[in-house]
Design a protein around this ligand. Structure first.
Ligand code: 2HA
Ligand code: ZN
Length: 271
């Protein structure tokens, strides 16, 4: 067996969690990531017949039975992942009946996967239907996006439109827009179901007064998606209280979308 700490997926996960902490998005134990891994990727690094522990998940993820995920641990700090990946991360496989997580590596202090696993797995199911190359669900607490949910309408069209106006990149990176959930109790199957439903037509779901979910094909893409939305929110929080003398008009946004061939969310631009 090769050393799993040298696996490209592991190196990328360690870099990403470290970087997210450095951005200030993942204070204390906040945030969580799950990365879908293909069997051929994990095979050189773990004995797939050696299930260390089997943890009942309390919900049914049957469509993902047999799927492998590298996930962050509950109560663990992104800040610490680089120093002890085996304690702070775990590699799980969804059991054949879809109801348990089989730990194949990690969670070395007896810990378990993130409390938001229901939201992650349900979101994976929905995103895989939309995009067969989908692989990542990423959750964190970027300050400006959170701040924006206190002072801006959380109507999805209005929220998306404001972000698109805040910097030119926004509509280029998320032409599918931003969906928003009102505040809900986190860590529950209910918020998992609600988040997954919101993932059907957008890769970003903002949890008002809590954080953001981003979906993507790899860790870099998901990080970049959140980074761009957070930049838009940062500009908004810098200017919201000031007289606005200029903006990017819908006509200009449409011209950009046409130029780049973007698939802009239907009905979100007036032209
Ligand atoms: O992982 O961010 O939403 C801790 C959280 C829960
Ligand atoms: Zn959170």
């Amino acid at each position: 067996m090769k050393d799993i700490l040298t696996a490209p997926f592991m190196v990328e996960m360690i870099r990403t969690t470290t970087n997210m902490y450095a951005q200030g998005w993942d204070e204390r134990n906040s945030g969580n990531i799950s990365l879908l891994l293909y069997e051929e990727e994990v095979a050189p690094y773990i004995d797939r017949d050696n299930v260390i522990r089997s943890i009942p998940m309390g919900f049914d993820a049957k469509p993902l039975a047999g799927c492998y995920f590298l996930v962050t641990g509950t109560g663990k700090y992104f800040k610490n992942v680089q120093y002890d990946p085996a304690k702070n991360l775990g590699l799980i496989r969804i059991s054949a009946d879809g109801c348990s997580a089989e730990v194949l590596w990690g969670f070395s202090d007896g810990g378990k996967y993130t409390s938001e696993l229901p939201a992650h797995l349900m979101s994976h199911m929905v995103r895989l239907k939309a995009d067969k190359e989908h692989r990542v669900i990423m959750h964190c607490h970027p300050a400006n996006l959170l701040a924006m949910t206190y002072v801006h309408s959380i109507d999805e069209k209005e929220f998306t439109h404001t972000l698109w106006q805040m910097c030119t990149e926004c509509i280029m990176i998320f032409p599918d827009g931003v969906n928003v959930l009102p505040w809900m109790v986190c860590g529950t199957t209910e918020i998992g179901e609600a988040s997954a439903a919101k993932m059907s037509n957008a890769r970003i779901v903002v949890w008002a007064q809590h954080g953001i979910y981003g979906a993507g094909r790899d860790l870099d893409e998901s990080f970049g998606l959140i980074e761009t939305a957070e930049k838009g929110a940062e500009i908004y929080m810098k200017i919201a209280h000031l007289p606005r003398l200029n903006t990017i008009s819908d006509k200009q946004l449409r011209a950009l979308a046409d130029h780049l061939g973007l698939n802009v969310r239907e009905g979100y631009l007036e032209v």
